[in-house]
Design a protein around this ligand. Structure first.
Ligand SMILES: [Zn+2]
Length: 160
């Protein structure tokens, strides 16, 4: 790891700490040549393999960009998107695999997006699962309706 300031190829670790969620280690380093400090973040690599077979590192911002279009005009905030991306990352990292298929990332998005906004979910699912008929939409809406009914029934039960 080169010093980002003077490109000296050597640095000394002055502090290490594990990130709160345990997914990464941050190291504070000091360059012995110019004396400046910088931080490195160490995390397990997670590669997303696209349909073409090309792999690229998992990125939360890619997840957010993929979902943002479906959320246009919906009451979904940047915080909501950040939380969704975090949930997606936890799900795909939870599998323990170093390599996952791109469609698994899409699957991991569907669950949290369904909880976040029904319209955005239908938009995303219709593209992602290639809905090609009204029946596909009807089936997805039916699923949302039955979940909503269950949630409402649970609420009523809680109030008892
Ligand atoms: Zn330096």
């Amino acid at each position: 790891m080169y010093c980002p300031f003077c490109r000296n190829p050597d640095s000394r670790v002055v502090d290490s700490r594990i990130q709160d969620d345990g997914s990464a280690i941050r190291r504070r380093r000091q360059c012995p040549k110019c004396g400046r400090r910088f931080t490195t973040i160490e995390t397990t690599s997670l590669t997303v393999v696209k349909r073409s077979g090309v792999g690229e590192p998992f990125s939360r911002s890619k997840v957010i960009n993929g979902v943002r279009k479906a959320c246009q005009g919906r009451p979904v905030t940047e915080d909501d998107l950040a939380m969704l991306a975090q949930e997606v990352e936890e799900t795909v990292r939870g599998s323990g695999a170093a390599e996952i298929q791109a469609h698994e990332v899409g699957l991991a998005i569907l669950g949290p997006l369904r909880k976040l906004d029904h319209v955005a979910y239908l938009r995303f699912a219709s593209v992602y699962q290639s809905f090609d008929s009204l029946e596909d939409f009807e089936a997805a809406i039916e699923l949302l309706r039955s979940e909503h009914a269950e949630a409402t029934a649970d609420d009523a039960f809680d109030e008892d």
